[in-house]
Design a protein around this ligand. Sequence first.
Ligand code: ATP
Ligand code: MG
Length: 452
Amino acid sequence: MDNKMIEGAPYILVVDDEANMLIAYKTFLKPDYNPILCSNGTEALQKLTEYSFSAAILDLKMPDMDGLELLEKIKEHDSDLGVIMSTATNDVKYAVQAIKKGAFEYVTKPFQYEEILGLVAKIVERRELRKENFYLKSALKEQQSFSDLIGQTSVMRNVFMIIENMNSVGSTVLITGESGTGKELVAHAIHQRSDRKNKPFVVVNCAAIPENLFESELFGHERGSFTGAFERKIGKFELADTGTIFLDEIGCLPQSMQAKLLRILQDNHIERVGGKGPIKISVRIVAATNTDLEQALKNKSFREDLFYRLNVIPIKLPPLRERRADLPLLIEYFLKKFNEELKKQIAGIDRQVMNELLEYDWPGNIRELKNVIERAVVLTKNGMITDISLRGKAVNGMPETLTSLKEASAEFEKEYIKKALAKTGGNQSETSRLLGIHRTTLISKMNLLGLK
Ligand SMILES: Nc1ncnc2c1ncn2[C@@H]1O[C@H](COP(=O)(O)OP(=O)(O)OP(=O)(O)O)[C@@H](O)[C@H]1O
Ligand SMILES: [Mg+2]
């Protein structure tokens, strides 16, 4: 019989002092497995260091080292390795001991090969699963290296990958996404991962600066350069020198500043207002916007040349409702965070509330989720969070006559759904999205409330 190994087939350690038994094992384990045959324990321990086994089959009674002792040594070496013990019928009490010592199963001689094959398959499958689990866990660990950036959906992983792969490159980044999707957090992560991480990270909110102060804010001014310039002022770009500047709400940058920014991107220097000449700087620019820049390009309120200069590495952050699978992870994260910050011990979230959270539309994205969880942690004394207030849940108009709460709720729901349906022209998918519930939930509610 050939002793060639079959590539990719799992290695199985087989230990038996009877040569005939070994031959039998070899015959039925091949070609699905690579059996490695040993006639005693010492040999087996040697093989253990040479191969990565997926399962082991040990004879219980052997002359030099018996199966129990070998089992113990194997478990010391690899506690995860599934071991099958084979035993003569009158030795069953040892077999039970073997199970206690961590053997997967025992079979009594004479056994059917299928029995062994079935057990081996089970062990191998279990080991594969565990391996996958291990990789999953290390993926999570990797994810944790982005410390406070939570997400494991493929869109978010993609974002992490972009951040990871650009670490030392100083390219300009343009982050887009709805309000509260984490643009600033991502900008920060980019800085933290770059070789500029020990240098300044300066944030400029372009939406908050009056147009006439923009230039001095960004580039600074010399004393007396304009009325009110009592002191020399260092601008944000100079402050950010050798580090990163985060230009938030870049869509709000006035036209005149757009031209100046373009110049900085081209020749890396700035000029203070009233200054004596250019100052050389090296700044990595990360810009963000939650407005549709494409639209601004079309109506020419944003310069196309600047857009392309900024958009070297685009990062699109999805709204939370498009990555709902991240919700449980985020909820858990914020719960832990606020438990710690507020010194509380909220155990978790009631299933009903959890369902509400999972179905909600999150117009304010992660910021809203964070606030909602914080509020709930504050308001919950201890135990589970059993009540949560979400936007749009508040009842404005109260009915004149008071009925049961159930009826009142149903009435409110009916009116609310009607309104939503009217708004979408009766489109159920859109309505369910608007209401943050599943389409099937919407349909069953409509049936229940007599809305057809
Ligand atoms: N992936 C995430 N994991 C954990 N927390 C997050 C994540 N994304 C955002 N947050 C948190 O949500 C809040 C809002 O994030 P951030 O300020 O970065 O949003 P933004 O996109 O800049 O919003 P805006 O456009 O309104 O300025 C912050 O408190 C941030 O820490
Ligand atoms: Mg922001």
